[in-house]
Ligand binder design. Structure first.
Ligand SMILES: [Zn+2]
Length: 216
């Protein structure tokens, strides 16, 4: 058998669950010819990322890849842990906005508070939580530390107290791009789409999915 990792030659190396196991002579990785347990197959993580970006929920990913939903969730959390927040360029123009969703129950309102770089159109930072001053402040502070040259926001009064007046513009101008980001988010992430029965059961998984969607 050829190694799945480096295509080197493998030799027999004991057995697992009654199946022949092999070990690569070159890189030393042990592997099986056919995996009994689908989550062990190579590229599963990539497939999960691809499906999240294609608006698949946990259950559809589980059905498509023949992996249990619990494993899918574990993998999502594990993948998200490895993703680092990209470094923010200095002195850019940012747009901050909030997107409403809920976790577990309809009355448990949660917001995705995020900021995009107007030039690169990339999400530079986000938070999941209630739309409190504290949560918004963390995001705005990140922007201020990166020497924002201007910050566009909606009319929410909290922003006025957090952003120095000379940097702040309440949007009206170029409103479309941000609303467009909202729209893409709702279309691309199953858990954020409206008028479906899909929703997040857990804030940690929601955060993980957003991280994968924005930065992977
Ligand atoms: Zn190998």
């Amino acid at each position: 058998m050829q190694c799945l990792k480096c295509s080197g030659l493998c030799s027999k190396w004991g057995s697992i669950n009654g199946k022949q196991r092999y070990r690569c002579r070159k890189c030393g990785v042990t592997q099986c010819l056919a995996y009994y347990y689908n989550a062990c197959k190579p590229n599963v993580d990539q497939q999960i990322v691809g499906l999240i970006k294609e608006s698949c929920g946990i259950r559809s990913i589980s059905r498509l890849l023949h992996i249990s939903p619990v494993t899918v969730i574990k993998r999502i959390l594990r993948i998200a842990e490895t993703i680092k927040k990209p470094s923010i360029a200095i002195g850019r123009i940012y747009e901050a906005d909030e997107l409403k969703t809920y976790v577990k129950r309809k009355d448990n309102e949660q917001w995705v508070i995020y900021a995009i770089d107007r030039h690169s159109k990339k999400v530079v930072d986000f938070r999941v939580g209630r739309r409190t001053k504290k949560n918004i402040e963390v995001l705005i502070n990140t922007l201020l530390i990166s020497a924002a040259s201007r910050i566009y926001t909606d009319g929410l009064t909290t922003y006025k107290s957090l952003i120095p007046q000379q940097l702040h513009t309440v949007k009206a101008y170029n409103i479309n791009r941000k609303e467009r980001t909202n729209l893409s988010l709702r279309t691309h992430l199953k858990r954020l789409s409206r008028k479906t029965i899909c929703y997040s059961k857990c804030a940690a998984v929601l955060t993980a999915c957003l991280k994968i969607y924005f930065w992977f």
